[in-house]
Design a protein around this ligand. Structure first.
Ligand code: ADP
Ligand code: MG
Length: 335
């Protein structure tokens, strides 16, 4: 008799959850991405107890049809890609069809949604097997309650309520910077923390980074063939030691990438001394086929096909921007 056995489905999802659902903020990130993928123009977030007790995300996106509700919670089920070719050109935040299933394996999830084609809404709870009629004017409400209620070992790794909230707020800041066109609100334990109207990037950046960033920030918009780098880069006068205001987005996705960070650090190296940090909000855009986002389930890591070319482009665009007097900081390079 063999000793190798297939794992039960719930356990498979709980193992997968280890990678995606590190803390309440990672749940929030997945839910916000789903709302944006659904075309939401307004997203309201309510948290209780740092998001451990409750994360509620309300959006005005396209909604989920009743027949699709069980599939939304199923593992490896997605509306976003259907083939390897789709994956290589993927423009949505999601594509793994894994997040909601993983979250539902370690928390109590409820999805209420009204698809545009439906006369009323339906609700499905992760512990029920059938959706029931519900009241909702449109869009989707996802509630994630009691994170790690069934996995106490994971629960022990959570930090204080204030720390978990701070991580959630940071996720909101990143999304808000990436999508200034979308209105966001954030409330914690019933009190309003952020209220962001739909705006242009400059207005949104002021709301998120703060007014004092701007006198020292230079706008940039550089292109080279299919590559584009735009955003704001601040001079040393702004940067303070200890506080990192460093945001890199690749095709709209916040990333932590050694190559990009290194290129930025080098560009600042001449003018930045000691322990001070560069401050920037930068958007790199390129052909989706030139970057692999399927490196880690959380997708904050990427791999570039032409790593050297990207490094040089980012370094030179930043170096030029930082060397230009403030009034004419916009640089453009056509390749
Ligand atoms: P993925 O985003 O990788 O497809 P998820 O597990 O995050 O996987 O979501 C599964 C599916 O549920 C999505 O493909 C989408 O069709 C649907 N879905 C999830 N959240 C929403 C939402 N807020 N609005 C509309 N559809 C949603
Ligand atoms: Mg998703």
């Amino acid at each position: 008799m063999g000793i190798i056995k297939p794992l039960p489905d719930l356990l498979i999802s709980q193992i997968a959850a280890g990678e995606v659902v590190e803390r309440p903020a990672s749940v929030l990130k997945e839910l916000l991405e789903n709302s944006l993928d659904a075309g939401a123009t307004r997203i309201d977030v309510q948290l209780e107890e740092g998001g451990v007790r409750l994360i509620r995300v309300v959006d005005d996106g396209g909604g989920i049809a009743p027949d699709d509700l069980p599939l939304a919670l199923a593992r490896h089920a997605t509306s976003k890609i259907a083939s390897l070719a789709d994956l290589e050109q993927v423009g949505s935040y999601g594509f793994r069809g894994e997040a909601l299933a993983s979250i539902a394996s370690v928390a109590r999830v409820s999805i209420t949604s009204r698809h545009a084609s439906q006369s009323h809404a339906h609700r499905l709870r992760s512990d029920a097997d059938k959706a029931e009629p519900a009241a909702l004017a449109g869009g989707t409400v996802i509630e994630v309650a009691d994170l790690y209620f069934n996995t106490p070992a994971r629960r022990k790794f959570l930090k204080t309520e204030a720390t978990e909230f701070a991580h959630c707020d940071e996720v909101m800041r990143r999304m808000a910077l990436a999508r200034p066109d979308v209105a966001f609100t954030l409330a914690h334990n019933g009190s309003a923390k952020r209220r962001l109207a739909s705006a242009d990037f400059s207005r949104r950046a002021r709301d998120i980074i703060g007014e004092d960033f701007f006198p020292h920030a230079r706008p940039l918009d550089a292109t080279a063939g299919p590559l584009r780098l735009s955003g704001l880069a601040a001079l040393p006068a702004y940067s303070r030691s200890g506080r990192d205001e460093q945001y890199f987005f690749v095709n709209g996705r916040f990333v932590r990438d050694k190559l990009l960070t290194h290129a930025a650090r080098q560009a600042w190296a001449d003018i930045l001394h000691g322990a001070r940090h560069p401050a920037y909000v930068l958007f790199l855009e390129l052909d989706p086929a030139g970057v692999d986002v399927n490196v880690h389930p959380a997708k904050t890591e990427v791999r570039f096909r032409d790593a050297r070319g990207i490094h040089q482009f980012v370094f030179h665009a930043l170096q030029r921007t930082l060397a230009t007097p403030l009034s004419s900081a916009e640089s453009r390079e056509e390749a």
